[in-house]
Design a binder for this molecule. Structure first.
Ligand code: PLP
Length: 426
């Protein structure tokens, strides 16, 4: 028999662009040591997931006369009852009672990640630009990279807020160079953000809206509010771009999710879009991809949303995550991380803590500090992954989501021990 000729597998330009995402590296490290303490994974806490509640609801649904309906295909845009519940949820936020939205502006997706992907796909061509915060959600950077889109950071002040003078200069530069024509969207993570844990002050949102209104283009705003409902004590009071008058007339795409506040494994997210044309195109792609998110998981969430069990569950897990975050924060302080020159704000919601080491300290994959943490058996997300420009390189993203309280303390101890042994300016 003739030896097989090795033939070249050919990819699309997109396929060629794809390289292993950072997450693969983190997962490989985690899998190579099952005992590793992961402050990296943005997972929620298995011990707090609503297993009993879901069991109860599935039984109720199965006993309905039309019970098997939940095992049938549903609508491409999502269950009408769930979309109505989402519109109700959005109108339930303080100051947003009068937003004129209804279920026809809501799309249910496989987590908000799918909606972020589809929105970017229908808005951007390779070579286009999306404005992002500094830092921003690194998995969204993977979406941009896959689609050949360039993330460009909004200029920021040392306290993390938007530098509006810098932004005006940036816009002037884009206008002069003509690159403004490649600018296709603005992506913001506005409540207890990934990775910074910050909330965007309403004042900044309003100012940003005014800047956008002054542009000659209708720039779509993607507001990612994945952690909005996961506050520890009080909701962050800023209104969303859906209701602020400064954003009136701009295409707004507000992405939320039931994964973080309810069950990550159910992968149900939602988008509310103020522009019917944009929503229509997203629905078109959604139809091509899967013609609708799983009806079964949507039905469970729809049920708990309608009868109040969702809010009841949320009121139980908020203090749970608040307690876990406090443990991580306190442990880092008690172990002496601040004395080493590190700084961070104590988060008021979400599952992430964003800390900065002294300038010159290197936290990247392969750095002395990263390797020291690995040999101590603790994992974190290097902060450079969360900057569009890949720098600065002295930040870390730590998650309080997965580990038990004891293991969180142990992870913090090991993390700080590595910081001490690595030293300043390593
Ligand atoms: C800021 C942010 N947006 C969106 C997502 C996507 O979440 P999901 O697809 O589970 O709704 C995540 C997940 O970690 C996130 O952190």
């Amino acid at each position: 028999m003739e030896p097989a000729v090795l033939k070249q597998l050919r990819f699309s330009t997109m396929g060629e662009r794809l390289t292993d995402p950072a997450i693969v590296h983190l997962m490989a490290n985690a899998l190579s040591n099952p005992e590793i303490l992961s402050l990296a994974a943005g997972f929620t806490d298995n011990t707090a997931l609503p297993l009993d509640l879901v069991k109860e609801v599935v039984t109720e649904l199965a006993q309905r006369p039309d019970g098997s309906e939940i095992l049938q295909y549903g609508m491409n845009s999502g269950r009408p009852g769930l979309r109505r519940a989402v519109a109700g949820l959005l109108k339930g936020y303080s100051g947003e009672e009068s937003i004129g939205i209804d279920e026809n502006q809501v799309l249910i997706s496989n987590g908000s990640q799918q909606a972020l992907y589809i929105a970017t796909q229908v808005l951007c061509d390779p070579g286009d630009i999306v404005l992002v915060e500094k830092p921003s959600y690194f998995v969204y950077f993977e979406v941009l990279k896959g689609l050949g889109v360039e993330p460009l950071s909004l200029p920021s002040l040392p306290n993390g807020r938007i530098d509006f003078d810098g932004l005006n200069t940036l816009i002037d530069r884009l206008c002069r160079s003509g690159d403004i024509n490649r600018l296709k969207a603005l992506y913001l993570v506005t409540y207890h953000a990934n990775p910074s844990a910050r909330c965007m002050p309403e004042e900044d949102k309003r100012t940003l809206g005014k800047v956008l209104q002054s542009l000659d283009i209708a720039l779509p705003v993607i507001e990612d509010a994945a952690y909005r409902d996961l506050y520890f004590v009080d909701p962050y009071p800023a209104q969303s771009t859906l209701s602020l008058p400064e954003y009136a007339g701009l295409p707004i795409l507000y992405a939320g999710t039931f994964t973080k506040p309810f069950a990550t494994g159910m992968k149900v997210g939602y988008t509310c879009c103020t522009d019917q044309q944009l929503l229509g195109k997203m629905l078109n792609v959604k139809g091509q991809q899967d013609f609708g998110t799983a009806n079964f998981t949507q039905a469970v969430i729809e049920t708990v949303m309608h009868d109040g069990r969702y809010q009841e569950y949320l009121s139980k897990i908020r203090p749970h995550y608040g307690r876990k975050m406090k443990i991580l924060h306190n442990a880092l302080e008690e172990e002496g991380l601040r004395e080493l020159g590190w700084s961070w704000d104590e988060p008021t919601g979400g599952i992430l803590l964003w800390a900065g080491a002294p300038e010159g300290f290197d936290t990247r994959f392969g750095s002395t500090f990263y390797n020291s943490c690995l040999s101590e058996g603790v994992l974190y997300v290097p902060g450079d992954l969360c900057f569009a420009e890949g720098s600065p390189t002295n930040f870390v993203r730590l998650s309080a989501g997965v580990l038990s309280e004891d293991r969180l303390r142990e992870a913090a101890r090991k993390f700080v021990r590595s910081a001490k042994s690595t030293g300043q300016g390593a």
